[in-house]
Design a protein around this ligand. Sequence first.
Ligand code: DGJ
Length: 741
Amino acid sequence: MIYTNDGHTQFHLTNGKISYIIQVMKNGQLAHLYYGRAIRHQNDFSFLQNYRIPMPYSCYPYDDDTGFSLDTLRQEFPGFGHSDFREPAYEMVNTDGHRLTTFVLQSYRIRDGKPPLDGLPATYVENDGEAQTIHFVFASRPAGLRLTLSYTLFSRLPVIARQAQLVNTGTRPVFVDRLMSASVDYPDKAYDMVQFSGAWARERHIKVRPLECGIQSISSIRGSSSHQQNPSIILKRRETTERSGDAYQFMLIYSGNFLAQAEVDQYDNTRVMIGIHPFQFNWRLDPGGRFQTPEALLIFSDRGLGQLTRSLHDVQRRHLIQPQWRQGIRPILINNWEATYFKFNEQKLLKIAEEAQKIGIELFVLDDGWFGKRNNDKTSLGDWWPNLEKLPGGLAQLSRKIRALGLKFGLWFELEMVSPKSELYRKHPDWAVGHPSVARTYGRHQFVLDMTRPEIVNYLFDRVAAIIREAQLAYIKWDMNRSLTDAFSLVTRQGEFYHRYVLGVYRLYDRLTRAFPNVLFESCAGGGGRVDAGLLYYAPQAWASDDTDPVERLKIQYGSSFIYPIYSLGSHISASPNHQTHRETPLALRAQVALFGTFGLELNPSRLGADERRLLKGYTDSYKNHRRLIAEGDFYRLISPFEHDGAAWMVVAKDRTEALIGYYQTLTRPNPPKMTFLKLMGLDAQADYRLDGWPHILGGDELMIVGLPLLKFDKQNRGMTTVPAGDFQSLIFHMKKCNDS
Ligand code: DGJ
């Protein structure tokens, strides 16, 4: 519900979970009054602004009102140059060279529902009752620009989507150097900033730091959202835990260069903003032209980080992932990458597929190396036709044979790239990103295609569409194995290159997913280098990391769970010793970690013994039984691998009738306690639960207050045994509600 007060100068966005309050200031700009836990509506909230407190050495726009300084006022979309010395949400250069534009509110409009963005991924609603949107429309001083700030409040979630749009209503071009998606000013700095940082094979590790005076930020200027940082930050109170306390998350629905920052000023106010990175950004807005920012999601929880995550998962599952992929039935796949790398032929692939079919796999994915003359990573990207030396019968024949086994067939592509050794590059050397007179930089021996050019997007669409039809593809893994360098296009303005590159990627995704709505896309960028909400809109799965070691995966999947629903992340069982870390781990650990994601295999089942194949069959059966719960349930983090030699997490059905728990011990302890209890969460305290294979019934309250005893039921001796000592032990528990009391 969006309330306005009588004079139309205050706006209260509230849905009983959150309140977000805005006020029009006397200069026509918007002040930010409050954001947090819902409060009742009042006719006047103006006491919430710290207006009229003159501060020494401040500047002010009205000589008779020295308390009105933009440097101390909390604002919604601050500019620079008129008494605020913090970083602004926008900056533009007019043709006469000035950067002094301000915006004055002209009107506002409240509507039910939520309009889509043009060419950008964004949250959506299926009926107008699911959200309400307010658009604030501003005119610039000096005249010539119209700014619209949009806020969508979801009816049933503590989530607001924000977005800004600029239109040139004048007669001369304007150059936009910065236009953030959202900015929020908090009245204090007593927060920790949580970020998700890492590297290739070590993505989305949790980092926490207390806010301090000055700017603390995370960003990417690699052309993609990156392995190194993820476009989301959390501000949490120092005392906030998984289970209690206030926390605010900011998340950008975008896949390119981004900036998320918190600036603490001299008065301990904190300004948080998120959007496209202003670095090298310069957008020419011609008369009549329009620029839209990506959308930012603002999520709030007063019940700890766990609830924050569950709200974020819900908004993505209900309003971002496309409806046909929302439900939890994702096929279990086998990917041949770690099984064969580039060394395969049709016979070898069919052997893998035959064995995979016997252990319950549903989709066979042929990874890198099936096209052009590609036998290593030095050649053929761009030549999207089958390598007939490896696949003499082409893709159609291979696909037919795989499908005859009862499996679906999927393929790997790396569409945005071109190998210098390729037919495509021979024909179109000018299609690669770079300046003709500056030597290009290599990354994995390859160059990047200029996705800002429509003819390149068209070429890629035509090739992929032909292959989808020819090979009857059910799935595509879209990889991207290098960052952008030499960012220059022969056709696109320099300052627009990075963003237009992302728009080109979105255009291709959009065309392919519209033309082939039943093809499941999994995004990938050297593992998890472009796991972001922008791509999740098109590709409901992302390959979480190239690191398939289960001990490493505990951290990667635990960290990722703060940002993305667990069923949107590919998690596969690979061989032991692991190819990335060389660590040996039991199959049980590998499988039980992989179960909490979109499950699959990344190994050659023909190389396993009969026992291991039997165990694998058990795990694929188990995933089939639980995948709906994993996809649709509420996720609870119980033990952090960043703080312990192990981890635990659980998924609880929305109606609390069922739960699946994973407990992992990565390092043993000598002479450990004989009984350990794992305190569960999210169950119905009044109900009793029966654990699969256990003779006892346990109360929901008992499981949450006392905890689940970490025991295994030993069928042979009909008694309970403790978790065996030793590294890499893991336990999975599944329980169902057995009565309502
Ligand atoms: C990087 C991906 O993350 C891997 O899974 C695999 O597809 C390779 N690229 C293939 O080159």
